[in-house]
Design a protein around this ligand. Structure first.
Ligand SMILES: *[C@@H]1O[C@H](CO)[C@@H](O)[C@H](O)[C@H]1NC(C)=O
Ligand SMILES: *[C@@H]1O[C@H](CO)[C@@H](O)[C@H](O)[C@H]1NC(C)=O
Length: 384
């Protein structure tokens, strides 16, 4: 079953010094009481697995969680996990995961792999498109307020306090799957992108009307540098740039991002009592692909977990962790020996090592609008 997913999954060091700095410095800096996250596989902490009841094979999850049942499309932690750690908070729990001891005290994660901003269709990997994730959040909020009003201390300990809905941060990392779908569709991108962003804006407005005041928005990464896209669209070398990335796909991502940035600017002036932060994930990831060796990596494009060997080690007939008969031979898409040397995990998603690097860069504050600086005590997460 996993094969059919990978097609649309956007998901979604080395710098030990860097990560030590942001971890140790974190407790005094990050003060949002809760995080509510919306998105696709770039930040899915188990929602799609729980919601659809399927499983991922090893080596997914092998590096950190020691099990693919963490539901992350990665060998280990995602950017959202590192950001939670930097805030001194537990990893965000997936909204749909019903097993375990669910504490939503510090927030909840509605992101599900394969999700789009635009409504899902029968063919979508994830039925949990952005609008559904927002409905889930609003249901969650109603339930929390109702349960809290009953005053059961044991239950309340597991739930956010009411003011967290206003003072918490609402994070977004979504749109990659809409763009990926657009690459396979006949609608030109310059028509598809405004439709996607209008839907996104409508969703943010719903949250704003329901009391959200802190918005944290990741743009989309360099999709042209993903082995899955290169394998599908990059057979003609003239379509690739000096780093081996697909020029047209990166242009599409840039077009999307410039319009998303403009939307964030509009919201910054419109929501005068709110904070709206746009984070340039593209610049961080593209820098990683372009300057990988200075950053402690050896493979910027080739997937760690895949099949076929260099240059991409990616074959869209067999996804990471599976064994199949291909051309009369039984083969397995195995993980690499040292994932910390690879930027890309499975052709679509980044490795834990890459995610850690990206998070450390987010936390420098240099890639956001408005920017912030930990040095000048203008924190990423404002203190309330
Ligand atoms: C790679 O690093 C150099 C030197 O720091 C920098 O000027 C350049 O912009 C980086 N490349 C990308 C694509 O970010
Ligand atoms: C991984 O390590 C094993 C055992 O040391 C070795 O046989 C194999 O060639 C290595 N694979 C790669 C891709 O380096």
């Amino acid at each position: 079953m996993a094969i059919s997913f990978t097609k649309f999954f956007a998901i979604p060091l080395m710098l030990t010094m860097c990560s030590t700095i942001f971890r140790s410095g974190s407790s005094s800096v990050f003060h949002y009481p809760a995080v509510f996250n919306f998105g696709d596989s770039n930040s899915d902490t188990g929602d799609l697995l729980a919601g659809k009841g399927f499983s991922l094979p090893l080596p997914y999850g092998e590096t950190y969680f020691q099990s693919p049942s963490s539901g992350r499309f990665c060998n280990g932690r995602l950017i959202i996990d590192f950001l939670m750690e930097a805030m001194g908070k537990p990893h965000l729990r997936a909204y749909l995961e019903s097993v375990g001891r669910p504490s939503f005290r510090k927030g909840c994660n509605y992101a599900a792999g394969g999700s789009t901003v635009l409504p899902a269709t029968a063919a979508s990997v994830s039925p949990f498109a952005f609008g559904v994730q927002l409905n889930q959040f609003l249901h969650f909020k109603d339930r929390v307020l109702l349960l809290r009003a009953k005053g059961n201390k044991k239950v309340n300990k597991l739930l956010p306090v009411e003011k967290s809905f206003k003072k918490g941060v609402y994070m977004f990392d979504i749109g990659q799957n809409d763009l990926t779908a657009a690459f396979y569709s006949k609608t030109p991108l310059d028509q598809a992108i405004p439709t996607i962003l209008t839907e996104f804006q409508t969703g943010l407005q719903r949250l704003y009307e329901n009391g959200a005041r802190h918005f944290w928005i990741h743009n989309t990464g360099p999709l042209g540098c993903l082995a899955q896209n290169i394998a599908t669209f990059g057979s003609d070398p003239s379509k690739l740039d000096e780093f081996g990335c697909l020029i047209s796909h990166n242009q599409a991502a840039n077009l999307f991002n410039s319009q998303l940035h403009a939307l964030c600017k509009t919201l910054q002036s419109q929501y005068v009592d709110a904070t709206v932060t746009y984070v340039d994930i593209y610049a961080i990831k593209f820098n990683l692909v372009a300057n990988y060796s200075q950053l402690g990596f050896e493979q910027p494009i080739m997937t760690c977990c895949g099949y076929g060997g260099p240059p991409l080690n990616y074959d869209n007939r067999i996804s990471c962790g599976l064994t199949k008969t291909l051309d009369g031979k039984v083969v397995t898409a195995k993980g690499c020996n040292d994932s910390s040397k690879y930027v890309n995990w499975d052709g679509t998603h980044y490795t834990e090592a890459a995610n850690e690097y990206v998070s450390s860069q987010i936390l420098t504050g240099k890639y956001s609008d408005p920017p912030f600086s930990l040095d000048h005590k203008r924190p990423f997460f404002l203190k309330f």
